[in-house]
Design a binder for this molecule. Structure first.
Ligand code: M6R
Length: 617
């Protein structure tokens, strides 16, 4: 998830690009850059591309530009959230090849293949990114296209036909200085319609100081922007008519995409985040998973540990169920903060998987260093590219959730579950414990998850009602069995951290061993009861709660007939593979916590006493 801006018009472009990037910085902030077409010194003098880019936040770029900013009226800018290639000056956008400069948001799945064939044709590259190949491809196509008014549009169209994956791309070319071309597939792009000027951006906030008239580009659209005109065509070259919309949101609301809080926006981003995390990693025939080049031979793994903190620890607990079920490899899950202080028995041949959204959590980092000291190999699952934990690991698999701004982790959690499911599938196939048929079914179920996530988001209104009903509770219990037990822990953590209501998660079977003493009319109990192997047992636990006067909210699979009579409220979620059900059942719990906090008026995105990334012990 990166921020993109492009401008063509009468204004000085560099300050305009910087202001727009400032408004897009919430989309990524590991590097930034601009490319500006120089003004002709004399009538026919060729234009030049002036590119300034660097690692770090936008303020770094502003510092560089203070020493001399490019002058011109046509330009593109980018603020990056790295997916391919660590954050560095070289990997910062715009990427340029000869006359062509591009900025890009998305993931090009077949970039290695394309890069290899470009190399075979003599191209050399100056970055590790997937984006750079787009500039090379467009340049090659330009050489094949006759000069004419649509030359850049045609070359971009032809180049993008070779590309598989997600992209929002904006192109500038010195040969065609009076236009900008852009294209969208899976990543957002919005055209801003001005008076004698036009803009393109990955999100509305960047456009608001200039215009409120916009066109949201749709899948497969390309747009050609001149000062006075915007044309939209498809990849087939056929003109497309897109409606012009008037934006009425305030700037702050626009940054949050119209949502009241970043947390709510991030909950709703989960279908996209899961799609991006799966992108290019599933194999269909034979069914398996790719771990970004990391091959694990299970016969060489002595013991497997997963280490993490907080929400990432809950994802890791689900990971244990996934790996043990699919690969039949025993897994030990540890809180990183405990592991490092208990002189853990770790030896060469052990594989440690570190799970972290930020990649900077001090306890997790220290735990993997401890494991490495004892000879273990470390593989990390992280969201922030090139952060300390992946840098300290020998291999990493990134969750492509994009920046998570709300302190309460939501989309990072579901994408961690996906990464762990990919790891389990990989190990299952390589250990020989997962049949081809079962693996094919699992791949199919993974592929269906984004649509099911979109469906489960429709429970939002019901959860908002429930939040109003139970928002005054002092305490709350969450119960689950098997892979739903970590979801009970996660649901309770979400409620605690943003609403300040005391909440506990328990394995449902443990109720009778103590916690049942807490049950009375004042104790709402949320029970996770999807249709899986533990369903019947959970029904008994639920009945025990009801018999003691507890009020029950049950999360179950759609079409359930038994729970309506037993529970006070039933929230139905789509049917899904039992090992993947946590990806779905956690969403109503996130929504419930969010709406309770909103109802109570707490600071949802920055709850008291918490920080997004805990870099101290
Ligand atoms: O960045 P990490 O995933 O390593 O962070 C671990 C925890 O600090 C984090 O999950 C924390 O528990 C969240 N606030 C939960 O919402």
């Amino acid at each position: 998830m990166c921020g993109i801006i492009g401008y063509i018009g009468p204004k000085q472009v560099t300050p305009l690009l910087l202001e727009a990037l400032r408004r897009l910085e919430y989309r990524g902030y590991d590097s930034a850059g601009v490319a500006v077409l120089s003004e002709p010194v004399t009538g026919e003098a060729p234009r030049e591309l002036q590119v300034v880019r660097c690692r770090g936040k936008l303020s770094e770029l502003e510092g560089q530009l203070a020493e001399g900013a490019p002058v011109g009226h046509v330009g593109i800018g980018h603020t990056r959230w790295a997916t391919h290639g660590r954050p560095s000056d070289e990997n910062a956008h715009p990427h340029r090849f000869r006359s062509v400069a591009v900025v890009h948001n998305g993931i090009i799945e077949n970039y290695l293949l394309l890069k290899r064939s470009l190399s075979d044709r003599g191209h050399t590259f100056s970055s590790e990114t997937d984006t750079e190949i787009i500039a090379h491809l467009i340049w090659e196509e330009l050489a094949q296209v006759e000069p004419g008014p649509d030359r850049l549009l045609l070359a971009t169209r032809r180049a993008l036909k070779l590309v598989e994956g997600a992209y929002a791309v904006v192109v500038l070319c010195t040969d065609t200085p009076d236009e900008i071309v852009c294209a969208k597939s899976a990543s957002p792009l919005v055209v801003g319609l001005g008076d004698g000027e036009n803009l393109i951006a990955s999100d509305v906030p960047a456009l608001l100081p200039h215009t409120r008239r916009v066109i949201f580009l749709e899948e497969g659209d390309l747009a050609q922007l001149t000062r006075s005109r915007v044309r939209v065509v498809g990849l087939d070259g056929i003109e497309r008519q897109r409606p012009v919309r008037q934006i009425t949101w305030s700037l702050l609301a626009a940054e949050k995409d119209g949502y009241k809080h970043f947390m709510l926006k991030e909950i709703h981003e989960q279908p996209r985040a899961v799609t991006d995390t799966l992108r290019g990693r599933l194999l269909h025939s034979p069914p398996s998973a790719l771990l970004d080049g990391f091959e694990i031979d299970p016969t060489q793994v002595r013991r497997l540990f997963i280490l993490a903190c907080g929400t990432s620890y809950h994802a890791s607990l689900v990971g244990k169920y996934l790996i043990e079920s699919l690969a039949r490899i025993p897994v030990e899950v540890d809180l990183a903060s405990e592991f490092r202080y208990r002189d853990p028995i770790v030896k060469p041949g052990d594989l440690v998987v570190a799970v972290s959204q930020s990649g900077e959590t001090a306890d997790t980092l220290a735990a993997i260093r401890e494991a490495q000291k004892k000879g273990a190999q470390v593989f990390s699952i992280a969201n922030v590219l090139d952060s300390s934990i992946p840098r300290a690991s020998s291999h990493s698999l990134y969750t492509h959730a994009g920046p998570e701004i709300g302190v309460a982790s939501t989309k990072a959690f579901t994408t961690q579950l996906i990464a762990l499911a990919l790891l389990a599938l990989h190990l299952g196939r390589r250990s020989g414990n997962l049949s081809e048929e079962a693996a094919a079914d699992f791949v199919h179920e993974l592929t269906a998850l984004p649509a099911k996530l979109s469906q489960v988001l429709h429970t939002a209104e019901q959860l908002q009602q429930l939040a109003r009903t139970y928002g005054h509770a002092r305490d709350m219990l969450y119960l689950g069995r098997g892979p739903q037990f970590p979801i009970a822990l996660e649901g309770a953590l979400k409620l605690k951290e943003i609403s300040y209501i005391h909440a506990e998660g328990f394995a449902a079977g443990e109720m009778k061993h103590g916690p049942i003493a807490l049950i009375d009319e004042g104790m709402p109990v949320l029970v996770l009861a999807p249709h899986d192997g533990g369903y019947e047992k959970v029904l008994s636990n639920l009945s025990e709660v009801k018999a003691r006067g507890g009020r029950v909210i049950a999360i179950t699979t759609e079409g359930d007939r038994s729970l309506t009579a037993l529970a006070d409220h039933v929230v139905e979620v789509p049917a899904v593979h039992p090992l993947l059900a946590p990806v779905i059942t956690v969403v109503p719990l996130q929504l419930f916590a969010y709406y309770v906090a909103d109802f109570k008026g707490t600071d949802v995105d920055q709850p008291r006493n918490l920080a997004k990334s805990v870099t101290v012990e």
